[in-house]
Design a protein around this ligand. Structure first.
Ligand code: THG
Length: 267
């Protein structure tokens, strides 16, 4: 499972303050904590409030000084993604994200090619978020085909069917699960498939249970990546346990510890 740590995001007050004051302390703290928890990538997001691409470069550089972990450059703004990519020191990088909007694909795909990056495509288009399975599959396939045509292999493509809060869009949860399964049939090997996992539990009273139950159900349908709270031990234990059930890892009594070591975290 590809684990993308969600915490370096200006949606959190400590990170928003760090960016505003250019005080690296909180960024370093969360970079180290998420790396030790076994993150494969650290998502880095300057938030909707920042208009300055230089903020993204600062955030990427600050994370790179703290840990060797690969980075997910997360922005809806092309200029911010470009600034983040230009700041990468040669380690692996994930472009988060493009949508299926042709105008966006046209600009983001060449950036992913140039930087030999992983490319994450959201199942969104000019019309906004998908409200059914068909739109999710069409948009995912659109990103997949455009990236493939540009020479990006399936192993470097990540599709995100758009997971929404269960509290407000409960009827979309089965649609996301079905879209995940359909993405696995796009190619052999298939692209990677990810969701913004915390989104489903937004504003709920049982967030952990909701997040973890969806996670294992989605893994059973083919999910193999997630942007998530990697510091939540119960969630990571659910990932490790689900990998056993899928026969992706060999059982041992100490499989949780084995998972953490394999993920590169501190056991
Ligand atoms: N897909 C992709 N990228 C994404 C998302 C996605 N990037 C952003 C987001 N969605 C994933 N990251 C987060 C980060 C934090 C939270 C949720 C998703 C979160 N925020 C708190 C909350 O909602 O309660 C608010 C912050 C706070 O506590 O102050 O949990 O879907 N590709």
């Amino acid at each position: 499972m590809i684990l993308i740590g969600e915490r370096i995001n200006a949606g959190f007050k400590d990170i928003a303050n760090a960016i505003r004051t250019k005080d690296p302390t909180a960024v370093e703290k969360w970079a180290v904590a998420q790396a030790e928890a076994g993150a494969t990538y650290l998502d880095v997001n300057i938030g909707a409030a920042s208009r300055d691409p230089a903020d993204m470069a600062w955030l990427v550089e600050t994370v790179q000084k703290a840990v060797p972990t690969k980075i997910s450059v997360d922005s809806t703004k092309i200029e911010a993604i470009e600034a983040g990519l230009d700041a990468i020191d040669g380690r692996g990088v994930l472009v988060n994200s493009t949508t299926a909007d042709p105008g966006k694909l046209e600009k983001i795909i060449p950036l992913a090619v140039k930087h030999e990056a992983m490319l994450l495509g959201l199942a969104m288009d000019e019309r906004g978020s998908p409200q059914n399975v068909e739109r999710r599959v069409e948009n995912g396939a659109m990103v997949f085909m455009a990236a493939t045509e540009a020479g990006i292999p399936p192993e470097r493509i990540v599709l995100d069917p758009i997971l929404m809060p269960i509290k407000f869009m409960q009827e979309q949860v089965p649609n996301v699960l079905e879209a995940i399964e359909q993405y696995t049939h796009l190619s052999d090997p298939p692209p990677h498939i990810s969701v913004g996992l915390s989104n489903i539990g937004s504003k709920t009273a049982e967030r952990g249970r909701i997040v973890r139950t969806f996670l294992v159900m989605a893994m059973a349908r083919g999910l193999d990546a997630a942007i998530l709270d990697v510091c939540d031990e119960e969630t990571i234990a659910a990932v490790a346990t689900a990998e056993l059930m899928l026969n992706q890892e060999i059982y041992s009594d100490s499989y949780i510890r084995a998972f953490r070591i394999k993920a590169g975290g501190s056991a």
